[in-house]
Design a protein around this ligand. Structure first.
Ligand code: SAM
Length: 276
């Protein structure tokens, strides 16, 4: 079979398994199986596949059809135009999170001196690393309660050469960190237990997805703990699901004199920003 023939067959198969990006997924996985860039496939549509290549590709398509995220199958994912290693130990970086990163970068760029930041629930490290990349005058302390996630984050920190700006620590929320911060960022789990989710979401670590109290528990705990850990004029930015806006708004009002919700490109409340 040739490149174009296997692509047609694989995207038809993925479509039947309700992948909403079947053709793109088929191309990305074929490029991975053949060890080439996706765009190069277009120059080689008539190239026949060897038996080994076909076997490897069929294996990837089978796993994709079962719901494995493409990012786990290829081992990396682009976020804020940077490439991050991902494994099943971490959440796949999501474009929704760019709202939080863009706001944090804007705050850091306006700061008169080095901004001391925390990134709580760092996962792959994508938030801390993207902020360090786009706003270099920052010192970021990133925590996670998963040691496996921190191992992936450490490799991403090294890969992006931000070891001087980004430091990793294991533990619950702000507990492993000392001192106070100008900015506390967080993308903590915010899905209500029992929510029906597509297989490519449930393939990600449960500890990165779910939180008690309808998904709000961790964000509420962070909002409660944050005022004692912020410098004067400091701020919190936490990603949320629009469904937890009422609970988060109430907690933000209790902990801070000011808060607003920032919206994503789809117009949904995606980040709470709170300050004194
Ligand atoms: C939704 S993922 C976000 C990962 C990454 N920040 C991103 O945006 O892709 C949440 C992360 O928070 C971590 N986490 C969950 N509970 C935590 C806690 N109590 N303290 C610190 N990290 C926690 C999880 O292990 C997971 O890596």
């Amino acid at each position: 079979m040739t490149v174009i023939e296997v692509l047609k067959a694989a995207s038809g198969h993925l479509q039947k398994h309700s992948s909403d990006s079947a053709r793109l997924d088929a191309e990305v996985l074929l490029a991975q199986a053949l060890g080439m860039r996706r765009l190069d496939l277009y120059l080689q549509f008539d190239r026949p596949l060897t038996d080994d290549e076909l076997t490897k590709y069929r294996g990837l398509i089978k796993r994709r059809a079962h719901g494995d995220p493409v990012a786990y199958l290829v081992g990396h994912k682009e976020f804020m135009a940077l490439d991050f290693e991902v494994t099943p130990a971490v959440l796949v970086p999501n474009p929704d999170t760019e709202v939080l990163v863009q706001r944090a970068v804007a705050i850091a760029r306006q700061a008169p001196q080095t901004l001391r930041m925390a990134d709580i629930g760092t996962g792959s490290g994508c938030i801390a690393i993207a902020i360090a990349h786009y706003a270099s005058d920052v010192e970021i302390w990133a925590t996670d309660s998963s040691r496996e996630a921190l191992e992936v984050a450490a490799r991403n920190v090294a890969r992006h050469r931000v070891t001087r700006q980004v430091h990793l620590a294991f533990g619950d929320l702000l507990d492993p960190l000392e001192g106070s911060f100008d900015l506390i960022c967080a993308n903590l789990p915010y899905v209500a237990p029992g929510t029906v989710l597509p297989p490519e979401v449930t393939a990600q670590p449960a500890g990165a997805l779910y939180a008690e109290r309808g998904g709000a528990a961790l964000v509420l705990r962070l909002l409660e703990a944050a005022p004692a850990r912020l410098k004067s004029g400091g701020r919190v930015l936490a990603e949320i699901d629009p469904q937890i806006v009422p609970a988060v708004g109430e907690a933000a009002r209790r902990a801070f004199p000011n808060h607003i919700f920032l919206r994503d490109l789809g117009g949904r409340e995606r980040v709470v920003e709170a300050w004194s």
